[in-house]
Design a protein. Structure first.
Length: 413
């Protein structure tokens, strides 16, 4: 097919579906709170499964709650899969994850309306707990799907609010009957907002994503001695709060000192007993380190843990570190990357090749099949923020590139 004969996606239908899904877990002032396996996530799953079935797709829910819908092809072969996630962070937007799943369904609807079938079947998936906000690690559902995390271990994972993945999956009715890892896929294409400022700053319409940077999440637990804020001399304190603060400052300074693409974020920090007049005896907090260079990422991890141990010792505080997630940098397959470049060019869209700063299910699927991603610009580079926004034209263009990429992949010899 040349670009003049590809069916065109229906932009209005895609935009309307994003708005409709965005109502599930909607926050009063805008944005979405749909933490994995909450009731809001259940509602979004129900809504998405209903749309998959309305397109005549066969829907499978597997034992970790991944939803995989199949649009049969002319031949019985492994499908070309599109997908992403529909769980969000606590202050999420309409597009992170949701856009990739709904654009996949828009591709199916467009082909269905045109009465078109590809040689290989097509699949659209939503993966459980991509965000890793409530349960760690992130990309948990796709990791189980590719055999990177045993199902039992994933189900036993306890969330930051108490219940385990298994308990919550059962509670919301998404502990599915399908075996994990099925169907095996031919290739995987994930359409996603960039979530960063690069495409917008460079005035580019499509990101040709070459890979994903490395991610290392560590949880620190510091145990000091609670004491009276008014009677305890400074020299007698074992202040877990002080040590946590020093480590947080060190993490920022470490990223600035290493420079390049090194990133460091302290996103969670819980003091106990968390009272104005008590020297905290315990602090639990997280450090998120990222880098496209795995050697530098490992150096950052080593320096961080060494500093944490030394700062805790100096204050007479115990320090425990627990790895919550670690993913090495991933390079996507040229089969997919070059198809994204070809189809974006065929549509006359300006492009930029770049790595992904955010983690995605595509980096996990890349372990079992050729995988790649398509980015569209994020206004102001904002994401994981209720003001997350991508212009309708960009959303539509990205979905059209997705349609053409999967069409070529699914019809190749
Ligand atoms: O943390 C990430 O990069 C992704 O949003 N889970
Ligand atoms: Mn995402
Ligand atoms: Mn995200």
């Amino acid at each position: 097919m040349t670009e003049t004969t590809f069916p065109r996606i229906h932009a209005e239908r895609l935009l309307a579906s994003l708005q409709a899904l965005g109502q599930l877990g909607a926050l009063p002032g805008g944005g979405v709170n749909r933490l994995a396996l909450t009731d809001a996530d259940r509602m979004s799953r129900d809504w998405t499964v209903q749309r998959m079935r309305a397109l005549g797709m066969e829907v499978h829910i597997d034992a970790i709650g991944n939803g995989i819908a199949i649009y049969p092809g002319q031949e019985e072969r492994p499908p070309v899969m599109m997908g992403s996630h529909i769980d969000t962070v606590r202050t999420g937007g309409l597009y992170d994850g949701n856009y990739g799943v709904l654009a996949g369904l828009e591709v199916i609807a467009t082909l269905h309306d045109a009465g078109l079938r590809t040689r290989r079947p097509l699949a659209v998936a939503f993966f459980t707990n991509e965000e890793g906000a409530r349960f760690q690690p992130d990309m948990l559902g796709s990791l189980v799907y590719v055999g990177g995390l045993p199902l039992a271990e994933a189900l036993a994972t306890q969330g930051i609010d108490g219940p385990t993945v298994g308990e919550e999956l059962s509670r919301i009715g998404y502990a599915g009957p399908a075996p994990v890892g099925m169907p095996q896929v031919d290739s995987y294409v994930e359409l996603h907002i960039e979530q960063g400022p690069v495409l917008e700053q460079q005035g580019k319409q499509i990101g040709i994503v070459e890979g994903v940077q490395g991610i290392a999440w560590t949880e620190f637990t510091l145990e000091g001695v609670s004491n009276h804020a008014g009677t305890t001399p400074m020299a007698m304190r074992h202040d877990a709060g002080l040590v946590a603060s020093r480590i947080a400052v060190f993490a920022r300074e470490l990223a600035l000192r290493l420079g390049g693409r090194q990133l460091a974020t302290v996103g969670r920090m819980e003091f106990r007993p968390d009272l104005v007049n008590v020297v905290p005896n315990q602090v639990v907090f997280t450090v998120d380190l990222r880098n496209t260079d795995d050697m530098l990422l490992q150096q950052a991890e080593t320096e961080l843990r060494a500093f944490a141990a030394q700062a805790a010792k100096a204050e007479g505080v115990q320090c425990r570190a627990r790895q919550l997630a670690r993913f090495a940098p991933v390079a996507f397959d040229p089969l997919v990357v070059e198809q994204v470049a070809l189809q974006a060019a065929a549509l006359g869209l300006s492009t930029l090749r770049l790595p992904s700063g955010a983690g995605h299910d595509a980096q996990i699927l890349a372990r079992v099949c050729p995988a790649g991603m398509i980015f569209v610009p994020s206004a102001g580079g904002l994401s994981h923020n209720v003001r997350e926004y991508t212009a309708p034209q960009d959303l539509a263009q990205g979905a059209q590139v997705l349609l053409q990429v999967v069409w070529q992949l699914a019809n190749r010899p």
